[in-house]
Design a protein around this ligand. Sequence first.
Ligand code: HPA
Length: 270
Amino acid sequence: MTNFISDNTFKYVNNFFNKKPKVAVVLGSGVKALEGLDNEAKLPYSEIPDFPRSTVAGHDGVISVGEYQGTSVAVLRGRFHKYEGHNWKNVISPVFLMQELGVTHIILTNAAGGINRVYTPGDLMLIEDHVNFHQMDKDERKALYQLIKEPRAASFYDSELNHLAKQAAKESKVTLHEGIYLSLPGPSYETRAEILAFRKMNIDAVGMSTAPEAIWAKAMGMKVIGISCITNSTYYENAMSETSHEEVVMVAKKASQDIDTLLKSVISKI
Ligand code: HPA
């Protein structure tokens, strides 16, 4: 028990589902996948005592628990960002809750802008490592230090699981880049100058989530995978403004199908 979420929160969710999920999947903005699990039960965040509320469009704010091919899975549709005004405990609360429910493997997905020139909207990227631009306030830093005791250079993303994800992508014929994700606090998207700088820093994709959750999930002993859905290219010549609505809809649909296929394949291998 961590005491990062209230007893009321844990008891309510634990009693509601009465299951011990092994794998948790956090779905980022507009990422639609893993609909219709076997024996699925759904709990809106708004019904959970002392739990934060999603305020971002494209985030449903629902936890589903069910099975996929016999593996017990929790799917979190919606997360909390610092740019919404949430403090660090709110941002990490889905991870804390999953840990207390007994989850051992967490798959963090997000919508991200492609910095790598090769990436096009609709592509998927396995996060092999991240650069984290989120400030920790002193309470968060202290709580994290108390948990890990001994700071060490670390990869937050599990190499065995990454290997498994690459295998899953190959078998299910889904193209999966591997790259470095930059997590920014937002709320603005990047300036042209920032994009040029990030490209020089070997950043492949940029977004506003995932890194803080990955850091805490790893500190709590969970195995972490990160997957970015490239929703827009930050490359000037084919920027979003020049893309038609039909293309955007097609991109979103293809990316959702691919991530659904990939997630199912990964879960069946865990
Ligand atoms: N920048 C930051 N966050 C994002 C982007 C982007 O281009 N696309 C989706 N989330």
